[in-house]
Design a protein around this ligand. Structure first.
Ligand code: ADP
Length: 358
């Protein structure tokens, strides 16, 4: 098991990673998700031993790795650009990690064939890597990283350079490869779809610190604060009034509708507000972005009591609904796109809270 405790990494006077605690139990995939520049790569590099820690420890099964150099940690690395050896064949690249005395030639060949099969490149062994597409090259990089059975695989935005369709396919295959091999891994990404697709556990990072770590569904539906909520797609954060239902469970009411669970603040993704005749909130369309599955609207809310403090919200409409700027719409709350904030939202929103909870 990997255990990071109080890890700080500095570049000059700036702490790119600040007092991070993180654990990755054996066989789990942890996605490290955060905006560009928040310190994800630096944290990964420090775990690998490529950056010195200014404070804190990186331990494997309780043993401090501070004095263990990169190549003796038994960790595998894979980056956005897999950096294959250009003059070697596919097999020549995959076999690279299998040089130790523990590997006989037949065992190595078997392992290479097994790995190429795993990443969907069976029969590619003799190909020159210079003839591969970007997606194939990343599959080879993955096979190479997995070949020596690393006790921890560190993946730094491994799919970022690929186009979207390819990324989705490779993501599914990567997830399968990690799960079939029972590999323990940290997967760094700024893309929440990717993070959710691979993660057993999700750590959201902000400005060098872990803002929240937990089960991906729990982080998604119960962000700790409004920064995490907004980072995970909530475009509106509303005050809510929690109340107990007759069956003893809790619900929280906002002026746009009710969600299950107890919170004083509710985050809404655009998918939580749907244009619907039966909706109870009214507004006027302020902007429309067409899309193949739905139109994303910005709606200026209005109501019988005049303008509501929440102002503009984002909502979804059917792709063929005839809407334009100025169209009157009604919105219905769909709780599946909502998140219950665990803590308080920003002080600026407290004004709205007071107004609305009266
Ligand atoms: P992320 O991977 O989340 O995009 P990084 O770990 O690459 O973030 O960077 C975190 C911060 O550290 C950024 O502000 C970045 O500019 C800074 N940084 C990264 N590498 C170096 C370096 N070698 N020297 C100085 N500053 C760096």
């Amino acid at each position: 098991m990997l255990a990071v405790r109080g890890l700080t990494v500095r570049y000059g006077s700036v702490a790119a990673v600040a007092e991070v605690d993180l654990e990755v139990p054996d066989g789990q995939v942890l996605a490290l998700l955060g905006p560009s520049g928040c310190g994800k790569s630096t944290l990964l590099r420090a775990v690998a031993g490529l950056e010195p820690a200014a404070a804190g420890t990186v331990c494997w099964d309780g043993a401090d790795l501070a004095r263990i150099p990169v190549h003796r940690r038994g960790f595998g690395l894979m980056f956005q650009d897999g950096v294959l050896f250009p003059h070697r064949t596919v097999a020549g690249n995959v076999v690279y990690g299998l040089r130790g005395p523990g590997w006989s030639a037949p065992a190595r060949d078997r392992r290479v064939a097994e790995l190429l099969e795993l990443v969907g490149l069976a029969g590619y062994g003799a190909r020159r890597v210079s003839t591969l597409s970007g997606g194939e090259a990343q599959r080879v990089a993955l096979a190479r990283a997995l070949a020596p059975r690393p006790r921890l695989l560190l993946l730094d935005e491994p799919l970022a350079a690929l186009d979207r369709a390819l990324r989705e396919r490779l993501l599914a295959d990567l997830r399968l490869a990690l799960s079939v091999t029972g590999t323990t891994a940290i997967f760094v990404t700024h893309d929440q779809q990717e993070a959710f697709a691979v993660a057993d556990r999700l750590a959201v990072m902000r400005a060098g610190r872990i803002a929240q770590c937990g089960d991906p569904r729990a982080v998604w539906s119960r962000p700790v604060d409004d920064w995490v909520a907004r980072f995970l797609g909530c475009t509106t954060v509303l005050p809510a009034r929690p109340h107990r239902l007759p069956d003893g469970t809790w619900a929280s009411s906002t002026f746009l509708g009710e969600v299950a669970g107890r919170a004083e603040w509710v985050g809404l993704r655009p998918s939580a507000l749907l244009v619907d005749q039966r909706g109870t909130a009214h507004g006027t369309v302020a902007a429309v972005v067409p899309g193949p599955e739905h139109q994303v609207l910005t709606v200026q809310l209005s109501g019988p009591d005049g303008e509501l403090p929440a102002g503009r919200v984002q909502a979804l409409a059917d792709p063929d609904a005839e809407l334009e700027i100025g169209s009157a719409v009604r919105l219905r709350l769909d709780p599946t796109g909502a998140a219950l904030l665990q803590g308080a939202a920003r002080a600026a929103d407290a004004v709205a809270h007071d107004t609305l909870s009266r």
